[in-house]
Design a protein around this ligand. Structure first.
Ligand SMILES: [Zn+2]
Length: 602
């Protein structure tokens, strides 16, 4: 160890670091006398026997007997070598370790992870200096100022600028002696097509360095200065960067999250910066990906409450439904919020007024208005209930749809008391007998366990799932019916029941989704009725173009399938010398060829 880091530095780091701080990032600790107590992260247990002493700066488990200091904890828990553990803490507590004294040989001995983090750190410095340079960075800096960012925020988040041109960073990092194969692994440069050399990934972009909770630079986001596309470009996944596990701003937000017990989650870099600049520091942003289970697991270490901020109802609904899935899998109760006022463990959804994102909302209205909107934000379930009512109304048909939509989210609540309170709330809100809602939710809960074993079958049944989707689209987007007719879509549907529904829809010349209930009355078969109702309520974010694309794709696969089937039959007939069938099949094949030729001309 002394090869890399001078002893006095190790001591300095040890004095600066706090073991309670580090351990409580992975273990939920409770004060117990002089010490802190929690569940051991190194063995499985139900009663806490893992003890941490702030006074002695050590930990010990009475269950499995492990123990040590802050370095050994990190080494054991994160699988780090000693120098890595020391560097991790040095970064976190702002202790500088001189790296220049390293020889080439020593550098090679540093782990790959360390080396990548080192390259990233140098890149951050390079981009940061470029932004502040009087020549290259002027435009970028004035862009940031125009977006309302203060010099303090720019510094605090180490914002930078990747200059125009193909090799500025490449040249810089080459001169520093970094092996280019490794730089490629960091995602900062890309190999040229002819494999002769590399070029910079980030060019003429504002750079947002992404730091982890230990202040390590793990990746970058880059934004253009104008409207060109792609607007944002992110580092690819690397050995040190995993999108679904990383959150922008968490390294600064974490302490505030602990004290406020709530985390604001937004979707963009600039939104996040606006929040911090306005003093709302318990905020993080996802990085070009939806909230994942891993994010949730990470965030619950810092605060029990989450508030997801969105700029549109649709985005809010999508995210709320995704959360329901995540929390269900994670067996976390997400919905105790407005049922148990005293409990802080909850997830809320804040949808900003139309036309606003967090950035513009804060600029216009200030942080107090934002906080007050946040304090009134509904819990996930309340949000979903109100959204469903807003979309479907409280007519009989509307109520049925509302219940159908809420069935799954309500069933996903693990806490029995919370579940029954929300069921009651929904029943009262839409004026329907509580038992009916209860029954629906129960059905869904028992269905769910069956479903898990069925998933495999469903996957095999993909063809029919696509067929269901086609019918659902026909029901929900009557404007696509002419295209359905023209491409003879119904001919390619193999499931008899779905085929017959498709025919009925075309025959009835449905012209608006509102006519579904009329259509239903014209159908006698109850199974068919159920199926139509189900399909009419499948929630997908479709648009007309998407529908047409899916139809074409469906027809194309259908044709292929049909053609190969006929060829197979022809072969079989040839083998058997069955001239009559052969003749019939060849005629059929010709007819189909003419038919599809005609469609092509249309
Ligand atoms: Zn233990």
């Amino acid at each position: 160890m002394a090869i890399f880091i001078p002893e006095d530095k190790v001591l300095e780091i040890k004095n600066a670091a706090d073991i309670v701080d580090i351990v409580s990032e992975v273990v939920h600790l409770k004060k117990s006398g002089k010490n802190f107590l929690g569940l051991c992260p190194f063995h499985s247990e139900k009663t806490p026997s893992f003890s941490v002493s702030p006074e002695k700066q050590i930990y010990h488990c009475f269950g499995c007997g492990v123990g040590g200091n802050i370095f050994s904890f990190l080494m054991k828990h994160d699988g780090l070598a000693f120098p890595e553990a020391v560097r991790t803490l040095a970064r976190r507590y702002g202790v500088e370790i001189p790296t220049k004294s390293l020889t080439h040989e020593q550098r090679k001995r540093m782990g790959e992870r360390e080396a990548l983090l080192n390259i990233n750190r140098q890149a951050m410095d390079f981009f940061g200096r470029t932004l502040r340079s009087k020549s290259a960075g002027v435009q970028a800096m004035s862009y940031l100022k125009r977006r309302g960012l203060s010099a303090e925020t720019i510094d605090r988040f180490h914002l930078g600028y990747a200059p125009k041109g193909w090799d500025h960073f490449l040249n810089y990092i080459s001169k520093k002696g970094a092996p280019l194969a490794l730089v490629e692994k960091s995602g900062l440069v890309l190999p040229k097509k002819d494999k002769r050399g590399y070029y910079d990934r980030f060019r003429d972009r504002i750079i947002f360095p992404i730091l982890d909770v230990n202040q390590a630079v793990i990746g970058f986001g880059g934004r253009v200065l104008d409207d060109s596309l792609p607007k944002y470009l992110n580092s690819p996944e690397t050995p040190v960067y995993n999108k679904s596990r990383s959150l922008y701003g968490l390294h600064i937000a974490k302490n505030k999250c602990r004290t406020t017990k709530t985390i604001f989650i937004v979707e963009g870099y600039l939104d996040l910066l606006a929040l911090h600049q306005h003093g709302i520091e318990n905020s993080v942003a996802t990085l070009g990906t939806a909230l994942t289970e891993e994010h949730v697991r990470l965030l619950t270490r810092y605060a029990p409450g989450m508030l997801l901020v969105y700029d549109s109802d649709e985005a809010g609904i999508r995210s709320a439904l995704r959360c329901v899935d995540i929390f269900w899998k994670e067996h976390v109760d997400f919905s105790r919020g407005d049922v148990f006022q005293e409990e802080k463990a909850d997830t809320h959804i804040l949808v900003l007024p139309e036309g606003h994102d967090p950035d513009s909302f804060l600029m216009e209205n200030g942080p107090e208005k934002f906080q007050s909107a946040a304090s009134q934000a509904p819990s996930i379930i309340t949000f979903l209930i109100e959204q469903a009512i807003g979309r479907h109304g409280l007519t009989t048909e509307g109520k049925i749809r509302v219940i159908a939509e809420l069935q799954r989210p309500l069933a996903a609540i693990n806490d029995k008391v919370a579940r029954s309170l929300y069921i009651k709330k929904l029943a009262e809100r839409i004026g329907i007998d509580e038992n009916i809602v209860l029954e629906r939710v129960r059905e869904h809960r028992s269905d769910q366990s069956k479903k898990e074993s069925q998933t495999r079958n469903d996957l095999a049944d993909k063809g029919s799932r696509l067929e269901k989707q086609i019918i659902a689209m026909m029901l929900q987007f009557p404007t696509i019916l002419p295209a359905v007719k023209m491409h003879n879509v119904i001919d390619y549907i193999e499931n008899d029941r779905l085929k017959s529904i498709g025919k009925t829809v075309l025959e009835n010349q449905l012209s608006s989704a509102g006519q579904i209930s009329e259509l239903l009355t014209s159908i006698e078969d109850p199974v068919q009725q159920n199926l139509i109702a189900t399909l009419a309520m499948i929630e997908e974010s479709w648009d007309e173009n998407g529908c047409l694309k899916l139809i074409k794709q469906f027809v194309a696969t259908g044709k292929k399938h049909r053609d190969s089937k006929i060829i197979e039959q022809i072969r079989a007939a040839e083998k058997k010398n069955d001239h009559e069938t052969l003749h019939h099949l060849l005629k059929e094949k010709q007819k189909l060829a003419v038919q599809s030729q005609k469609q092509k001309l249309v």
